[in-house]
Write a protein that binds this ligand. Structure first.
Ligand code: SF4
Length: 374
């Protein structure tokens, strides 16, 4: 059964690869990381693009490449600098792994990005998708890629109704992605196939998923592979991919305090090993159950009686499956407590906050505090 499916798939990949290559050569967006074959620059773009849209990534990528133009520069950069350059992109483990990988490249490969797929895959923070993307785009190797965009395109082209997370289906999708890129790169060259073929084929899948084969209301009438698309023929584009039931969002509430004293505010740094490690934030606690009086929370947090507390801002944001509400109060203390209930942190002038990397929600608190000051 599986063998039959695979050989049926093979017949389609010829036509799809041909059409995608030609389409991509004419339709590709001019993105800054597409103007280079530097594996470092492509790697940075691929890591930034995980979970983040292209238009958001462009200024981050440009700032990063200007500040840290080489692998050696990324390896040697202070932790504060890499976090600040990443501030707002979220999923900060990515930037820490990027630096660890840069350091590994310096030590193990003399600072030169490795070309062998297995060596790329062995680097921290680089999985099968990213290794495939870098090796194909930078080195034109026929290494497959499979992410959310490519899964959507392939499940529709081949009308795969099973959940892509299931082992057998996932293996079939990887196999299809591999057939496509190998078909593009290795099969006897055809005159009309633009180069570099592996690089173009993988990027054409990404591009098709981003621009044409969108999650809702795909633009099938503009699609270069419409004639090969089983979901289009069967009018099942809206039901594929079958991603199963989504976990319901969980609401979480936090209370934070912007505590000011002698022209400075108190902030703390999130410890290693937790979400958003190393980023700065205002002291806060998670509220479970009925909302307590802010003064009670303040005293529990700082170990001193609360002065007058004013509501500063309520920030709502979503991260992964959490819907977070961060209610922030501001307060002013004449004398600083000798001990802040054992809390480590530092007092910083409001103007200096912008130089530090904050979590996304607390960055909005920083902006609210600056605005309130006038
Ligand atoms: Fe996606 Fe529609 Fe193209 Fe099929 S025809 S690949 S559903 S855009």
């Amino acid at each position: 059964m599986v063998v039959k499916k695979l050989s049926r798939d093979r017949n389609k990949t010829h036509a799809i690869a041909d059409k995608l290559l030609v389409w991509f050569a004419g339709a590709a967006r001019d993105l800054p990381w597409r103007r280079t074959r530097d594996p470092y620059a492509i790697w940075v773009s691929e890591i930034m693009l995980q979970q983040t849209q292209v238009k958001t990534v462009i200024p981050y990528w440009e700032r990063w490449m200007q500040a840290l133009p080489t692998i050696a520069a990324a390896a040697a950069a202070p932790a504060d600098q890499i976090h600040k350059l990443w501030e707002g992109l979220g999923y900060y483990t990515r930037v820490r792994n990027l630096q660890k990988a840069a350091q590994a490249i310096v030590v193990q490969h003399g600072g030169r990005f490795p070309e062998a797929f297995d060596e790329v895959l062995a680097l921290p923070g680089i999985g099968r998708y990213t290794a495939g993307a870098i090796c194909s785009i930078a080195f034109d190797q026929p290494t497959p890629i499979l992410d959310g965009n490519v899964i959507r395109v392939l499940t529709r082209l081949f009308a795969i109704a099973e959940n892509p997370k299931e082992k057998e289906t996932n293996a079939r999708l990887w196999h299809l992605a591999e057939q496509l890129v190998q078909e593009a790169a290795i099969s006897p060259p055809r005159a009309q196939r633009p180069e570099p073929r592996a690089a173009f084929l993988n990027q054409s899948l990404m591009e098709l998923g981003a621009l044409i084969c969108t999650p809702r209301q795909p633009h099938c009438l503009l699609c270069p592979v419409q004639a090969e698309c089983a979901a289009f023929r069967q009018q099942r584009t809206e039901e594929l991919p079958n991603l199963g039931e989504r976990a319901a969002a969980t609401a979480r509430a936090f209370m934070a305090f912007v505590l000011a004293s002698r022209g400075e505010v108190f902030i703390r740094q999130r410890p290693a090993g937790v979400v958003n490690a190393h980023l700065w934030e205002f002291p806060n606690v998670e509220i479970t159950g009925p909302t307590p009086e802010p003064a009670v929370v303040f005293q529990g947090l700082f170990g001193v009686k609360a002065p007058g507390l004013d509501l500063l801002t309520v920030v709502k944001h979503a991260i992964t499956r959490y819907r977070i509400t961060l209610t922030t109060y501001q307060a002013s203390l004449g004398r600083r407590p000798a001990k802040m209930a054992g809390m480590s942190g530092k007092w910083v002038k409001l103007d200096k906050l912008q130089e530090l990397a904050f979590t996304a929600a607390h960055k909005r608190v920083v902006l609210a505090a600056l605005k309130a000051r006038g």
